[in-house]
Design a protein around this ligand. Structure first.
Ligand SMILES: [Zn+2]
Length: 350
């Protein structure tokens, strides 16, 4: 390969389903976020010490698979893969994320709560990853970003909350959220991620209208053995629960004796969708792990389906945010408290 190679030739070389549509001038951007695009063609994340070289940077519209992306697009060549980074206006990014992270016909106030949570989460990541190649990925590893997708109601929700974020101690909070807690109480991050912060405490929740509220799964023991690497499993038991009643750890009775597996680790090993949550009951019979469960996601922070229920019941987005992020304050981009916001409530529920 020649040292100087055109971007188009490079894509053809890689067989990526990707093309430039048109370069177009853009407006001056106030705040932009750098998003590593993860898609079928681009699955890799740069390793911590991977050598990277910028091949090209264009203000362009880009099609990756069937998804169009606008902004400054950078193509980086690493030792293991090719990487695409889309540098996009933060508010445009939030519009795309809110659309991707919510259902159709969601209540405006729930969309506004999601807009503030997603914007805050993005700013938190931008601060945390300062100096790194990118701020967030476009996948569920962070927040789902699908490029240019338009929705009038979502754009209204983002515009009406433009620049507003949640802060604690003057800093953007780690505004975690999930689809459906399925438990009646959200989860303590200490149980899932191993850290505690004052604004992410278990609070009461009502999300029984969610399509993920109730589920069943049946895994043959071979699937558990393959996922965990524990061989000859004869029995599986729930070993412990978290304070909110979710499964904390399981005991796998393998050929080399009992092995404890953290329930969140089991979700990761099986696939987050394959085991939707750690809120489940379990039977182990005839070589099958039989589960009846509820919810989808880690259960920490804002429960999206509950926020939708709260909005339908007449709550506004500030009510929703102060419920799920107790003690955090809503401020405008200049740090001034946003109008009409209830400040600093304490955690309800346990
Ligand atoms: Zn919930």
């Amino acid at each position: 390969m020649k040292a100087k190679i055109s971007m188009r030739a490079f894509f053809v070389f890689l067989g990526a389903v990707l093309m430039f549509i048109a370069a177009s001038p853009g407006l001056a951007r106030a705040v932009s976020i750098r998003v590593l695009i993860l898609a079928d063609e681009f699955k890799s994340i740069p390793a911590p010490n991977e050598k990277l070289k910028l091949l090209d940077k264009e203000l362009a519209k880009l099609l990756v698979g069937d998804r169009p992306y606008s902004g400054d697009v950078e193509v980086w060549r690493g030792e293991n893969s090719l990487y695409l980074i889309d540098s996009v206006d933060l508010e445009d990014y939030v519009k795309s994320v809110v659309k991707a992270e919510t259902g159709s016909n969601w209540a405006l106030e729930a969309l506004k709560a999601q807009a503030v949570a997603s914007r805050t989460y993005a700013l938190y990541q931008m601060q945390k990853n300062k100096g790194l190649l990118y701020d967030v990925t476009s996948s569920v590893l962070n927040q789902v970003y699908r490029g240019d997708i338009h929705d009038d109601k979502v754009e209204k929700a983002v515009d009406e909350t433009a620049g507003q974020i949640l802060v604690y101690g003057g800093q953007p909070i780690e505004a975690l959220y999930h689809s459906t807690c399925g438990n009646g109480t959200t989860e303590d991050p200490a149980e899932v991620f191993g850290f505690s912060v004052p604004y992410l405490k278990p609070v009461t929740c009502d999300c029984d209208q969610s399509p993920y509220y109730s589920w069943a799964r049946k895994f043959p023991v071979s699937q558990i053995e393959n996922a965990t690497g524990v061989g000859d499993i004869k029995d599986i038991k729930i070993a412990s629960h978290t304070d909110t009643g979710r499964v904390k750890a399981l005991e796998l009775d393998g050929g080399n004796g009992p092995v404890m597996v953290n329930a969140t680790d089991l979700r990761r090993m099986l696939g987050w969708q394959t085991l939707p949550s750690t809120e489940f009951q379990m039977d182990f019979t005839n070589g099958y792990m039989d589960l009846e469960g509820s919810g989808y996601g880690h259960g920490v922070g804002m429960c999206q389906w509950s926020s939708q229920e709260m909005a339908r019941a007449g709550k506004n987005y500030t009510d929703i945010l102060s419920h799920f992020y107790p003690g955090a304050s809503l401020v405008n981009s200049d740090g001034v408290p946003a109008g009409g916001v209830q400040q600093a409530t304490t955690a309800s529920g346990k």
